[in-house]
Design a protein around this ligand. Structure first.
Ligand code: SF4
Length: 572
């Protein structure tokens, strides 16, 4: 039995994204105001709780990536003075022009009107990883103990009560044996644990399954892939927001793209963000979001924004797209769940940062009440759900509650439904508030084996010229991803035999396609049934969690690697 140090905290926040940092900052603000009031009036008791925030990335912000056009509503609530603060909030540009391009393979048409959910005037183009770095510095200044490079590996529980988090071990070799630099992950005991791990958080997933916290619809996800380019000045002005529909996705696949002018940053370079979101409820096992983004850039209308430029950065992340009815119960004995981990995203607007920040604030209000009453039970943490119901967060999510479900019958049905919902307060139909959801998140399973009688599909070769389009390994290089090589594989395949047998026959090993970082490879293995075996290049992993979501047999379990491993995002 490994001996582990135990450190006691009042509140432990897992994950330093916008939701986790907003929790920490707002809680610190509430305590500061409370203590000032106690000092002024001489009434009540001052609070000095121990609050810590852990993050798996080596530096705060290194794993944070988003579209990202930010609705400032969340930041306005958290830090009303953010526009005049020093150091300056790292927003790239205020949006001044936005439109939608409907793309075909060889061209595109600008829509005469921009659908209201895609109107972005008053919003800001941001780099999430820079924004998160800035918030991290504010949290530290407010006395929060911020620990980057420490992944939360296992939740500590006493039945349904969460009592803390065990950190990942470090210095373990690939066979699971301790090396000379072995360090057992300590246990952070916490009266309240706030889970802010992001989309498909690994310990949050386990908690939701164990305590049956799922929402009434299963969660459905998308994966976003993104590149940041340096382009000649004037080619894509800062604050220009273009959303794309149509090509390269077929009419049955949910998703769309974007081109955002970020502004002149990084030593005066003119930066552009170009990306694509693909709904992970597609049915084609050869679907590959990275490849689709490369195809999208071949469209002349998109290529025009990038001409003469250079790709600088690449990244990918999954997004919870199910909406209100897919949100899990986000509280219980000793815990709260915030941000993407709680499914807080508005997929109609392609926005989640403001919701993440606001959910963190509501969690902080609840944590403050729990601290003052010394009660961390589900009865006390349940105030979080009630606060959310009363807040604009719920109001916004209620309006788009049927958005994703509307696309289950294809793009046209989805657009009609979205238009109807805009007119009738988000309703599913005239006679119902709610559209039915297709069960399960592994949609390939639902259509049955892909190869049944149809033969193996051919994946068309793309012209990867290394200038406009890139192979996955080149893209991964641009994500700055690094992991310690000699450590246990953090992609745990619980039934590896399936990969070289049933999965070859039934789905053609879709992991080779859905992973946007070339982690999964089927290598030749003479003598095996199909002549191939799975090879996992775990050190390429950009932590998007797509494999954990999309494996048709659900035998891939993404667990945290050694602290500090993963992408090193810049400007993403
Ligand atoms: Fe994403 Fe999984 Fe590939 Fe890692 S291995 S990049 S989590 S799909």
């Amino acid at each position: 039995m490994t001996e582990r140090d135990v450190m006691e905290f009042d509140v432990v926040v897992v994950g330093a994204g916008p939701a986790g940092l907003a929790t920490a900052i707002h809680l610190a603000n509430r305590i500061e105001r409370h203590n000032a009031e106690v000092a002024r009036t001489g009434q009540g008791e001052a609070l000095s709780p121990e609050i810590c925030l852990i993050e798996k990335a080596a530096e705060i912000g290194a794993h944070s990536i988003s579209g990202a056009v930010m609705d400032p509503k969340g930041l306005d609530a958290l830090l009303p003075e953010w526009r005049t603060m020093e150091p300056k909030a790292p927003v790239e540009a205020e949006v001044h022009t936005d439109y939608v391009l409907w793309l075909s393979e060889r061209g595109g048409t600008k829509l005469p009107i921009t659908p209201p959910p895609l109107k972005n005037h008053g919003n800001y183009v941001v780099s999430l990883n820079k924004l998160v770095q800035w918030l991290g510095a504010i949290a530290e200044k407010k006395g929060i103990q911020v620990f980057p490079g420490f992944p939360g590996a296992v939740l500590q529980r006493d039945g349904a009560k969460v009592t803390g988090v065990q950190l990942a071990d470090s210095g373990v070799d690939k066979h699971g044996k301790p090396k000379g630099n072995f360090q057992a992950g300590g246990i952070l005991a916490g009266k309240l644990v706030v889970l802010a791990e992001g989309s498909r958080g690994s310990i949050t997933k386990q908690l939701i399954a164990d305590l049956k916290l799922e929402g009434k619809n299963p969660q459905v996800f998308g994966v976003g892939v993104k590149e940041v380019w340096e382009v000649p000045a004037g080619q894509c002005p800062p604050g220009l927001v273009v959303h794309t529909m149509g090509w390269p996705l077929d009419s049955k696949t949910f998703g769309g793209g974007w081109i955002y002018g970020m502004g002149a940053t990084e030593g005066g370079k003119n930066l552009v963000s170009v990306g694509l979101v693909v709904g992970l409820d597609y049915r084609d096992p050869t679907m590959d979001a990275h490849r689709q983004l490369q195809r999208m850039k071949l469209n002349p209308k998109v290529a025009a924004f990038l001409r003469g430029g250079k790709m600088l950065h690449y990244g990918a992340k999954s997004l919870p797209e199910g909406g209100l009815f897919s949100m899990p119960k986000a509280f219980g004995d000793g815990f709260l769940i915030v941000g993407d981990s709680a499914g807080l995203m508005n997929s109609m607007r392609l926005k989640g940062i403001h919701l993440a920040i606001r959910s963190g604030m509501l969690a902080a209000d609840t944590a403050f009440d729990c601290l003052t009453r010394r009660d961390f039970s589900a009865a006390a943490t349940g105030r979080y759900a009630e606060a959310m119901r009363q807040d604009w967060v719920h109001e916004e999510l209620w309006r788009c509650r049927n958005f994703h479900q509307g696309f289950h019958k294809g793009r046209l049905a989805g657009l009609v439904n979205a238009g109807f919902a805009q007119l009738f307060g988000g309703k599913g139909t005239f006679w119902s508030d709610e559209l039915p959801s297709r069960a399960g998140h592994t949609y390939m399973q639902q259509v049955g084996p892909y190869f049944g009688g149809r033969g193996k599909p051919q994946v068309e070769k793309l012209p990867e010229d290394g200038a406009l389009t890139f192979d996955k390994l080149t893209s991964v290089y641009s994500s700055g991803t690094q992991h310690e090589e000699d450590q246990p594989c953090h992609l745990v395949v619980t039934q590896p035999d399936l990969c070289s047998t049933r999965c070859v026959e039934e789905f053609g090993n879709p992991c080779q396609h859905f992973c946007p970082a070339a982690v999964y490879e089927m290598e030749a293995k003479p003598g095996s049934k199909h002549g191939v075996d799975l090879k996992i290049n775990a050190s390429n992993c950009v932590h998007c969690k797509t494999c954990d979501i999309m494996d048709p047999y659900q035998v891939i379990n993404w667990v945290v690697p050694e602290g500090g491993g993963g992408p090193n995002y810049t400007n993403l």
